[in-house]
Write a protein that binds this ligand. Structure first.
Ligand code: ADP
Length: 264
């Protein structure tokens, strides 16, 4: 609480009371703390690959360049870490853009056919699921199922969820993208037969930079921002996102969006 006190003086100089104004700044303080945490986390996430880049570049300059095999290995690490920083910065910029109110206000929601979005996300990600020999299937209860959304942002959400399913599902696993109409809403689910998420972690996975298993998520190439971005977008589109998961069985993310009345 921020407290302002002022004496109340009645006739001339007698103090007859005290006026107190209590201003609850808890929300403001929380926001401030969260922003400070975010900056600290983001800096740490950027510093980790940078330290590796510097270290390996130094080792090369200190003589490792003379050994071709070692050089190639180190340059590969430098490339991978730079790539990781690049992806992280792209995610951070995207979050910053979404956070800007002026940007959100200018986004026009429109009727979006769901199936083409699912198909496009599946195709864009083909090199990854093919490499892991995974089966990605699409099921929709009607061809012309439409939501009120934004095509690019909806695709981004599906891409983030699909990317996670591919990452956290072993080779040969199964991923299903499904869409159906329910009351005046459209539901879209991304279901995988992957490693699953422990119940205690479920409430935290949408937090920025939260990962269930840091080491595993890092080797899988994650930035820790994918789900935070997905949730932000879904809420911006007036919908919600939920998750169900069983360890070693699989995970299902379900998005709910307003349905479009007009069918094309
Ligand atoms: P990351 O870039 O690390 O994947 P995300 O924000 O996309 O970050 O996801 C947060 C964490 O949630 C991941 O690190 C992972 O532990 C867990 N997770 C997300 N999707 C899945 C999934 N489909 N199966 C298992 N774990 C998942």
């Amino acid at each position: 609480f921020q407290v302002f006190l002022a004496p109340i003086t009645a006739a001339e100089k007698d103090i007859s009371g005290v006026l107190g104004v209590f201003h609850d700044i808890t929300t403001l303080q929380n926001l401030h703390d969260r922003q400070a945490d975010f900056v600290a986390n983001a800096s740490h996430e950027l510093a980790t690959p940078l330290t590796a880049i510097k270290g390996f570049a130094e080792t090369l300059l200190d003589g490792a360049l003379a050994q071709p095999e070692l050089s190639e290995k180190f340059v590969r690490i430098i490339y991978d870490e730079a790539d990781r920083m690049h992806r992280l910065i792209q995610d951070l910029l995207q979050l910053a853009r979404l956070n800007a109110q002026e940007y959100r206000e200018q986004i026009k929601l429109e009727q979006v056919l769901v199936e083409p979005v699912l198909t496009a996300a599946k195709q864009d990600m083909a090199p990854r699921w093919q490499q892991k020999n995974q089966l990605v299937s699409i099921a929709s209860d009607q061809d012309d199922l439409a939501a009120i959304a934004h095509p690019d942002w909806l695709k981004q959400v599906i891409a983030n969820l699909l990317e996670n399913s591919i990452k956290y599902t072993p080779a040969g696993g199964k991923i299903t993208l499904q869409a159906w109409h329910s009351n005046d809403q459209v539901k879209i689910s991304v279901k995988d037969s992957g490693i699953g998420i422990p119940a205690k972690d479920l409430p935290l996975i949408f937090d920025r930079f939260y990962r269930v298993d840091r080491a595993r998520a890092r080797t899988a190439g994650g930035t820790g921002l994918g789900l935070a971005i997905a949730k932000f977008i879904v809420e911006m589109l007036g919908g919600r996102i939920e998750v169900e998961s069983v360890v070693d069985v699989g995970t299902t993310f379900i998005i709910t969006l307003p349905a479009s009345e007009k069918r094309s």
